[in-house]
Ligand binder design. Structure first.
Ligand SMILES: Cc1cc2nc3c(=O)[nH]c(=O)nc-3n(C[C@H](O)[C@H](O)[C@H](O)COP(=O)(O)OP(=O)(O)OC[C@H]3O[C@@H](n4cnc5c(N)ncnc54)[C@H](O)[C@@H]3O)c2cc1C
Length: 469
């Protein structure tokens, strides 16, 4: 079926590209696992453009996929023969009023730009993800977790109001207290019921400086005790941690010799402070028992928020940014975390982490009200992510290892974080959403009656779009 751009162009103010004019970069995402070519691409100028594209798609029997900065890795942010809406074209921010407690932004705004706009007013979004080059709509549609999640939940929890264009092509406003069913179906909803076009984001006052303690643990249980006590103490503004390999040589793994590592656990608790009033190191660290305290780092708060830029820059310059990224992230029940780490890490080849890393992030379940950001029951939770960069020729070899790690995490009560590479079958999807699955299905049927929005990942169906012959 040929759908000429000329059909959509008169209906919108934004730019419309024909399939053949779309650059290869916009046919894949950071995962580099899936590639798909849209029939048309829209760079919208407004919510009305998005609504017009959705109505046009409905009349033509096309699907509509939404793309932010495309840092996700499964079959998302790409379109197989439908209309792809690239939200980065809508990136306005602010203005920031004096004494503001929130800021209104377009959904395609990049978090780094949001931070740099509000920080001169002594304000920042309560939660920032490690990578600031992503869009507000993209992270809020996934959840958006960060090193302050133990205090503030997800970025989706910090949205006061959103403007959304539903799959029926209607522009609606909603919030946690206004049309909450629509709001909570959009937050962490992977664009299944609507396209976010604007959001009012909560802000908090921040101090201008941060101090980070680089603590190192050689024992997972001691590390867990201290991260839990750090969360409970209420002393820390940000908690960041990792699992870090020290390669030891080779040993037999699954019938052949493979490099293995001894794993250590860096833990970086951070406090904000005013210049001239440095924190009391002894009081802050009292009760923590690291194997070593390697370093103490004072940074202006902007540098702290952007602390991983040099790492991502290195990945780009080293060429691994273009590799396959089948990231496997889970939220684990606290009590099961040591068993999972002891089962997975000893056989994980450290070389898989060239251009990647293993993340751990302690969190509190009650900090989030999101219905679709699935997490295990219980108050103390541990995020666990194996984030490799796999050269394309080794992807088939690495795949079973990551899929096994995913299955193990799920079997141990973990919930996958959906920005990564997820290969669930339908039953696994239903299990993932659990008691939220019927709500999600109902929301899809209600707000995306033709089932045109973002097909190909979550097997949610309303009605199949009627394809024109
Ligand atoms: C280096 C790196 C570091 C990362 N660190 C973190 C981290 O610390 N914490 C964390 O939580 N995540 C992290 N992520 C994951 C990342 O935040 C998510 O993949 C996020 O979704 C990316 O935003 P995006 O703008 O690229 O969205 P995309 O990947 O473009 O889209 C993600 C999903 O949202 C949908 N979507 C996008 N925009 C809209 C919209 N306006 N309306 C409705 N649906 C929409 C898309 O269809 C898709 O389903 C990281 C990723 C990378 C590559």
């Amino acid at each position: 079926m040929h759908v000429p751009a000329a059909g959509l162009r008169p209906l919108v103010r934004g730019r419309v590209l024909e399939s053949s004019d779309i650059e290869p970069e916009r046919t894949t995402n950071f995962g580099h696992v899936f590639t798909a070519r849209p029939r048309l691409l829209l760079e919208p100028a407004s919510a009305e453009d998005v609504a017009a594209a959705i109505r046009f798609a409905r009349s033509e029997g096309l699907s509509v996929s939404v793309r932010g900065a495309a840092h996700s890795q499964s079959h998302v942010a790409i379109s197989d023969g439908g209309i792809l809406i690239d939200m980065r074209a809508m990136g306005r921010i602010g203005p920031v009023a004096r004494g503001a407690s929130s800021v209104e932004v377009d959904a395609g705004a990049i978090w780094r730009d949001v931070v740099r706009t509000v920080l001169p007013h002594g304000l920042a979004p309560p939660i920032l993800t490690n990578n600031l080059s992503v869009t507000v709509g993209g992270t809020v549609s996934t959840a958006g977790v960060g090193v302050a999640s133990h205090r503030f939940g997800t970025q989706g929890d910090q949205v006061e109001e959103i403007e959304v264009v539903t799959g029926a092509g209607e522009i609606r406003s909603c919030g946690p207290d206004r049309e909450p069913d629509l709001f909570w179906a959009v937050i962490a909803g992977l664009g299944q019921v609507g396209v976010i076009t604007r959001a009012r984001l909560r802000l908090r006052a921040v101090r201008p400086m941060t101090r980070t303690y680089y603590l190192l643990y050689d024992d997972v249980r001691r590390f867990m005790e201290d991260t839990r006590s750090a969360m409970d103490s209420g002393r820390w503004d940000h908690l960041e941690s990792w699992a870090s390999p020290s390669p030891q040589g080779t040993k037999p793994v699954s019938g052949r010799r493979q490099v293995f590592a001894r794993w250590f656990f860096p833990f970086h608790p951070t406090v904000e402070f005013d210049a001239g009033s440095p924190p009391d190191d002894r009081a802050l660290l009292d009760g923590l028992h690291p194997y070593d305290h390697l370093y103490t780092d004072d940074l202006p708060i902007l540098d702290f928020f952007e602390r991983l830029e040099p790492v991502f820059d290195l990945w780009k310059r080293g060429g691994t940014w273009g590799h396959v990224h089948p990231w496997m992230e889970t939220v684990l029940p606290w009590e099961r975390t040591p068993d999972v780490l002891e089962a997975v890490l000893p056989d994980l080849p450290p070389s898989i982490l060239v251009g990647g890393h293993v993340l751990l992030w302690p969190a509190k379940g009650s900090t989030s009200r999101s219905r679709l950001f699935r997490r295990p029951d219980g108050e103390n939770l541990m995020g666990f992510g194996i984030l490799p960069a796999v050269p394309a020729p080794y992807w088939e070899e690495a795949k079973p290892m990551l899929e096994n790690a995913s299955r193990l995490c799920v079997a141990m009560g973990g919930k996958r974080y959906l920005s990564g590479y997820v290969a669930f079958d339908e039953e696994e999807w239903r299990e993932h959403y659990g008691d939220a699955w019927p709500l999600f299905v109902e929301a899809k049927q209600r707000w995306d009656p033709d089932g045109i929005l973002n097909p190909g990942f979550v097997p949610l169906r309303a009605a199949a779009p009627a394809r024109k012959a």
